[in-house]
Design a binder for this molecule. Structure first.
Ligand SMILES: [Zn+2]
Length: 198
């Protein structure tokens, strides 16, 4: 979940609000785990075959992402330790482009870097600048189990790398100084306490 540096704080959060993506089947919005949570620190296992269960999980994850709203969501964020993430970095006025990436691998990154003011659905309202390669190529299985290779640029590249990190138990705050990370974690512990009381 990201927003562009310098854009309004609600830019990307708002961009996918209220969009229907027209996927078939009974989808459901899942609860998103908040940092700190042990499940967000775990390395996820490869998906062993794109079964109907995996497809249902992917649809639920898309539904959960659009509902949040966010531009990316990884399986561990809904408590599933499998290598799968979903994303859609299109703007509100564009046609939605829901992407499902199963067992994604990073096969190339550009030397050129980009800085985005990143956020994460597991760390609501926390934003920090993170530098990553400006472009990235990933290989993955799509929701039909077909092998795909895609080059991502700009926000898509940042989002894809952010989500891939989730599958390895890494959060965007792990790129920050220890001091900043501790501050954000303390704030999040307060947020979680308040939510638990609601
Ligand atoms: Zn995230």
């Amino acid at each position: 979940m990201l927003r562009v540096r310098g854009a309004g704080a609600s830019g990307f959060w708002a961009s996918c609000e209220g969009r229907a993506i027209g996927l078939n089947g009974g989808m459901s919005v899942k609860e998103i785990l908040l940092h700190p949570d042990a499940l967000l620190k775990k390395k996820c296992a490869p998906v062993d075959g794109v079964t109907p269960e995996v497809q249902a999980l992917a649809r639920d994850m898309l539904e959960t992402m659009y509902d949040a709203p966010g531009v990316g969501l990884a399986a561990p964020q809904v408590g599933v330790l499998q290598r799968i993430f979903v994303m859609d970095c299109t703007m509100k006025e564009e046609e939605p482009e829901p992407l499902v990436l199963i067992n994604p691998t990073l096969v190339w990154t550009s030397d050129e870097k980009n800085v985005y003011n990143e956020g994460c659905l597991s760390l609501p309202e926390m934003y920090e600048d993170v530098e990553r390669p400006a472009s990235a190529v990933m290989q993955f299985l799509d929701i039909d189990g077909a092998q795909q290779e895609r080059e991502f640029d700009e926000l898509w590249a940042t989002c894809a790398q952010h989500e891939l990190d989730h599958l390895n138990g890494k959060l965007f705050i792990d790129y920050l100084s220890g001091l900043k990370r501790t501050m954000i974690t303390k704030k999040m512990m307060k947020v979680k306490k308040e939510r638990a009381r609601e």
